[in-house]
Unconditional design. Structure first.
Length: 224
């Protein structure tokens, strides 16, 4: 039987219930909720998985963070294995529809880094939850603006890269430039980032690249 400690407040990519399902985290109810006294930041280096920064919350007496409050079917400890680099903390949120004040668990980044723009695909996960569970128009517009802002990383091209990664065949820098519609100089920078983050298969020709099979399986753009 669930108890009130089995609630979980998601404010990042777990706002998307499809991601919760993909991770094997069973839930039997959810609603939009807000957390006062905090603000949303992106200070967790998640380039190895999300190609950009991941969400965190920090104290701010004037701030409010909106997210999705899940009623978990299993124990909250099952979430811990998915939230490495985060610390589980207890907070009080308010249901946007019910108006109820509820004590719940959420997660904060342990080693906070410099702010880092999230990738387009990461923000897309957040937007799915925001729209499905009726978060405020202000919060949804903030996420849409964040998504549209763009930044110099692979997140801008993730839809094209989704198909290329699934294909798994080596591509030359010239082919990649053609697929993405960018110049070869920028391709070189993107490939350098991928290599640094451990996404590329070692030992291949220096003129071609291929995403590692295990990264293709974990890549967020093939969750769909």
């Amino acid at each position: 039987m669930s108890n009130e400690r089995d609630r979980y407040f998601a404010y990042g990519s777990n706002m998307d219930p499809e991601q919760m399902d993909h991770r094997g985290l069973a839930w039997d109810g959810a609603e939009g909720a807000s957390l006062a006294g905090h603000r949303l930041v992106f200070d967790f280096d998640a380039r190895g998985r999300w190609l950009g920064g991941a969400a965190d919350i920090v104290p701010d007496p004037d701030g409010t963070v909106e997210g999705v409050l899940y009623q978990l079917e299993g124990a909250i400890a099952e979430m811990d294995r998915c939230e490495r680099g985060y610390l589980r903390v207890e907070v009080e949120v308010v249901g946007l529809e019910s108006g109820r004040h509820l004590v719940t668990w959420t997660y904060e980044v342990v080693s906070k880094g410099r702010p880092m723009a999230p990738s387009e695909v990461y923000v897309d996960q957040m937007l799915k939850g925001a729209r499905r569970f009726g978060l405020s128009e202000d919060h949804t517009q903030m996420l849409e603006a964040l998504r549209a802002r763009g930044h110099e990383d692979l997140g801008e091209h993730v839809r094209t890269l989704r198909g290329l990664a699934q294909a798994g065949r080596p591509l030359t820098g010239e082919e990649l430039a053609h697929h993405l519609g960018i110049d070869t100089g920028r391709v070189a920078r993107l490939l350098s980032d991928l290599d640094e983050w451990g996404w590329l298969e070692p030992g291949g020709p220096p003129s071609s690249w291929r995403v590692l099979p295990e990264k293709r399986e974990r890549a967020p753009w093939i969750l769909k």
